[in-house]
Design a protein. Sequence first.
Length: 117
Amino acid sequence: QVQLVESGGGLVQAGGSLRLSCAASGRTFSSYTMGWFRQASGKEREFVARISWSSATAYYADSVKGRFTISGDNAKNTVCLQMNSLKAEDTAVYYCYEDDTLHRRTWGQGTQVSVSS
């Protein structure tokens, strides 16, 4: 069973930066994509970014384009999210996720990102 463990959340002032990391273990099938969602208090979980291993292509939500960068290493089972120019509206619990080649999704436990204005 795949397990995802996130790290790197915290409190930062608006305009600052944070880097989130996610490490996967226990894979039994190859990974298709890894990425991040976030959920602000009282709101639905929303897509942030993902990386497709087969094409080495990154995808971003419009709200984070130009500020966030996703990177990863499929061989090392890791994905990172560099978040720059953070805004108060980026405050949320950030969840790492992975889809395997059978399109089964695994979620991490989440890490809190708080941006003070």
